[in-house]
Each structure stands twice: as C-alpha cells, then as structure tokens.
Design a protein around this ligand. Structure first.
Ligand code: GAR
Length: 188
C-alpha cells in the first residue's frame, strides 16, 4: 500500500506530534511521518521525535524559513502544523494548498489567534473545542476538516479547559490526517 509522507512542524511540547506518531504507527495508517521540523531548538517535541526515531531538524531563523526548509520537503506529501507558532509566508501556504493542515484549540470560527483557551474563558463562553483545518493565507480560517466541541463549566479556568481540549485534540488530529490522506490518495 502506498503511504503518504508527512512532515510535522512544531514549536514546543509536541503532545500532538506524539499522538500523530502513535496513530500513524498503526498498521492501517495511510501516512508515514518522515520528518519533524521545529522553529525552536529547545522544543520538547524534538526529544519525542528522537525517541520515536523520526528524523528531526530545527530552523530558528524566521527570515527565509520557508526557503531553508524547502530542500527537506522534496519527498513530503502533506504537512501538519502541531503547535507551530509561526505564521508561514503566503507563497509557501499557496504552494502547499490542500496539503497543509493545522490544529487550533478552539471551535473555529470562535477564538482565532493566540491563547484561544484564555479567550474562551474570558468571553464566558459555554463551550469551545478544537478544530483541524486546511491552512489558508488568513489565520485560522481555512476549510474545516474536523472539529469537536468541549463544554466549559463555571469552575473551568484556562488550565483546566486547555487540558480538556488537548484530550480531544489528540483524538481528532490523527483522524483528520487519515481523512486528508484518503482525499490526496484519491487524486493521485
Ligand atoms: C495545542 O493546544 C495546539 O492546538 C496549539 O498549541 C498546542 C500545542 O501543544 N496550537 C495553536 O494554538 C496554534 N494556533 P503540543 O505542542 O503539545 O501539541
């Protein structure tokens, strides 16, 4: 079975990276994770990649970041942003159209941008959630692939909400990646 090759971009903890690696190690996965790219040399996710024996690099320079990584992406079919906290250049996003996906910790279109969980608490919303979407040139606005609502209780704070959302992130991101892979394989 032909599998798609994925690269995961991270900036920090890497818990979504870990759940993606775990899920793609399963027998029926349509995806192989072949590369991790971090924009932060101290990202804990780099240690996870190492432990799981996935090749990983870091590129710290923001300027020309996209140019610098191009040579590593030659064989890559799909890119997953997993806590990657840097806005990618528009021409890069356009080049990877339909093959570049992101997870955001809110029920989009609610609470776009930074600190989405804190935004939800501050807004006294009764729910938020998480969303996997295609990346477009507008932040957190591309076509939604999969999303899951999470209830916000009166006793919740940013930390407790973040934990509840993260549990759901780890479920929907692997599923969304397989959905995208199925779509891409059909086009091949
Ligand atoms: C996750 O909650 C992810 O949704 C969020 O960063 C966290 C990364 O955690 N992403 C964004 O806020 C992007 N706008 P992780 O490194 O443990 O996967």
């Amino acid at each position: 079975m032909r599998k798609l090759k994925a690269a995961i971009f991270i900036s920090g903890r890497g818990s979504n990276l870990e759940s993606l690696i775990k899920s793609t190690n399963k027998k029926n996965s349509l995806v192989d994770i072949c590369l991790v790219i971090s924009n932060n040399p101290s990202a804990k996710g780099l240690i996870i990649a190492n432990k799981k024996k996935v090749p990983a690099i870091y590129v710290v320079q923001k300027k020309n970041f996209e140019k610098k990584i191009t040579k590593y992406l030659k064989d890559i079919d799909v890119i997953c942003l997993a806590g990657f906290m840097q806005v990618l250049a528009a021409d890069f996003v356009n080049r990877w159209d339909s093959r570049l996906i992101n997870i955001h910790p809110s029920y989009l279109p609610k609470f776009k941008g930074l600190n989405a969980q804190e935004q939800a608490i501050k807004a006294k919303s009764t729910f938020s959630g998480c969303t996997v979407h295609y990346v477009s040139s507008k932040i957190d606005s591309g076509e939604i692939i999969l999303q899951k609502k999470v209830k916000i209780l009166k006793k919740d704070n940013t930390e407790s909400l973040s934990k509840k959302i993260l549990i759901e992130e780890h479920k929907i991101y692997p599923r969304a990646l397989q959905m995208v892979a199925r779509r891409l394989l059909k086009q091949k």
